[in-house]
Design a protein around this ligand. Structure first.
Ligand SMILES: C[S@@+](CC[C@H](N)C(=O)[O-])C[C@H]1O[C@@H](n2cnc3c(N)ncnc32)[C@H](O)[C@@H]1O
Length: 213
């Protein structure tokens, strides 16, 4: 086990979160903010798959103010983050943390654009935190045009996908997003592992390579 490498990566994440906290101030640590979840993620080791097997290229859907992507930049060789809206604060966050391994794309809302971009990219890990609604449960695998189901279809090929917003404060299965995540193993195989407020999906192949351990 790469104890020193793992320790350095966890410390880099802690440093990034500290800088973001200082930059955006305590006001950002409201219930609607991602940063406390990221601290909790470290404490609960939901971050472990990223620490012990750092992605070469990680894709994020849902950039918002750039907090989560600034954290992924501490772990992955490179990060591409995608959103349909550009926020004012993102550049300041990435500059303060020193994210030089990050590409930010602002795209239109069409499924065709998202599919074309992600089909053309190689990556080995993805984070989904974009549109949390708009799942048509009558559609089959490969047919989705909106929401987290479309996003998952576009990134599932990478074999390990992390979702935000599974578990708390709602009981499991209370939201559209949670209900969709629950359907993934029956359509894609593999396993969903819940670490509130996150959920990982690992493909069979990733599990057989020791994705969870
Ligand atoms: C909860 S925020 C993401 C927070 C961010 N991951 C963080 O922790 O700092 C959700 C983001 O998803 C974006 N979004 C909404 N619909 C989307 C879509 N169809 N594709 C990509 N991003 C989308 C929103 O514009 C918003 O910036």
């Amino acid at each position: 086990m790469d104890v020193i490498g793992n320790t350095i990566r966890i410390m880099k994440v802690g440093r990034a979160l500290g800088i973001i906290e200082e930059l955006l101030g305590p006001g950002m640590f409201s219930s609607s903010c991602m940063a406390p979840d990221l601290y909790e993620m470290m404490a609960k080791s939901a971050i472990w798959p990223l620490v012990k097997d750092p992605p070469k290229r990680m894709v994020e859907i849902g950039t918002y103010r750039g907090i989560s992507s600034a954290v992924w930049c501490q772990l992955a060789d490179s990060v591409t983050t995608i959103d349909v809206v550009k926020q004012r604060e993102t550049t300041a966050v990435w500059e303060a943390v020193g994210c030089r391994n990050l590409t930010s794309l602002v795209i239109d809302t069409s499924a065709a654009t998202k599919r074309a971009i992600l089909n053309g990219m190689n990556f080995d890990c993805a984070f989904i935190d974009g549109d949390h609604e708009n799942v048509d449960f009558t559609k089959k695998k490969g047919e989705h045009e909106t929401g987290p189901a479309l996003d998952f279809e576009c990134v599932a090929k990478c074999g390990r996908v992390l979702f935000h917003d599974y578990g708390q404060p709602n009981p499991p299965g209370a939201t559209v997003l949670e209900r969709y995540i629950d359907t993934i193993p029956e359509n894609y195989g593999g396993k969903v592992v819940v670490c509130p407020n996150f959920a990982w999906w690992f493909s069979e192949e990733n599990l057989s390579k020791g994705g969870l351990i």
